[in-house]
Design a binder for this molecule. Structure first.
Ligand code: GLN
Length: 288
């Protein structure tokens, strides 16, 4: 028994945190997961847990917490249980209709912000999901005209909600299956974190991804079906000297660079993530 559990009653925040953490010990994130679930149940910020460790949970709170911990124990992603994930400087609502925003996607945002683009650039985010990329860019570049599209109407509704919550309502979110609903608009930048996992990847059998929509994750035997389609179609939607930027899997950079070359793009290059793996590839199209 820990010092904490001797000092506080069984229903106290401190004791319940210790119990949740023990229940979730199989996860590296047991401590943070327990705190996030507790905050969700108590509608409080993490600092409250430190300030009031002896506060007692009500029966209703205890039962809600136990249910959440049991779900987490069976693998449900923490973001789906608490309903949000922080990305860039934004808090984004999530739902099982979309992928949960990943920290590595912030590299895509950084890459785009480092490009030299017109002050009032027109930007298209393909497969926007929660709206993470489009909204992060809008938060940094209020003058850009940003459109986020998704083929899943639930995702479009969620992205619109996230725009409201983050007061970034200048971003336009609409339904489109890649370019199906884009008309004859052209953009200075097209960005995408498309599905890129191989259909039969063992990676899909463990962790949070088991609960995320396959349509947002997988894309054919080599994971490149959607990227191939987007590269082939993008030229018609890029303004002169426009950029196309992808996030992708760590083994896909050479294949994607070859596709960019095949379709006449220039300034093709890839950027590494914090683990030194190439995860972003971009190219520019001049012949317009
Ligand atoms: N980066 C995601 C993952 O590793 C995959 C996302 C995607 O396919 N766009 O789970």
């Amino acid at each position: 028994m820990s010092t904490i559990s001797r000092a506080h009653s069984a229903h106290s925040i401190a004791e319940q945190l210790a119990i949740s953490k023990a229940q979730l010990q199989a996860f590296d994130s047991a401590g943070i997961d327990s705190r996030l679930l507790m905050c969700h149940v108590l509608h409080c910020e993490p600092v409250y847990l430190m300030t009031w460790p002896e506060k007692e949970l009500t029966e209703a709170q205890l039962s809600a917490l136990r249910q959440l911990v049991a779900k987490r124990k069976s693998g449900h992603p923490i973001a789906y249980l608490i309903g949000y994930r922080d990305f860039w400087s934004l808090r984004l609502q999530v739902s099982p209709a979309t992928l949960i925003p990943r920290p590595e996607t912030e590299l895509l945002v950084e890459t785009v912000l480092a490009l030299s683009l017109p002050q009032q650039a027109k930007v298209l985010d393909l497969g926007t999901g929660t709206g993470a990329i489009a909204l992060a860019l809008a938060s940094e570049k209020p003058k850009w005209h940003i459109t986020g599209i998704d083929k899943n109407t639930d995702a479009v509704a969620l992205a619109k909600q996230n725009a409201q919550l983050n007061k970034l309502t200048q971003v336009c979110f609409k339904h489109s299956d890649w370019f199906s609903n884009i008309g004859d608009e052209t953009f200075s930048l097209i960005v995408s974190n498309p599905p890129y996992v191989e259909d039969d990847s063992v990676y899909l059998q463990h962790g949070d991804v088991r609960f995320e929509p396959a349509s947002a994750l997988t894309s054919g035997p080599d994971g490149l079906d959607d990227i191939r389609l987007i590269i082939a179609k993008t030229k018609a939607y890029l303004a002169k000297e426009g950029w196309l930027v992808f996030e992708h899997g760590y083994q896909q950079a050479p294949g994607i660079q070859a596709l960019f070359t095949k379709h006449g793009f220039e300034q093709i290059h890839s950027l590494d993530d914090l683990n030194g793996q190439p995860r972003i590839t971009l190219g520019r199209y001049s012949a317009q």
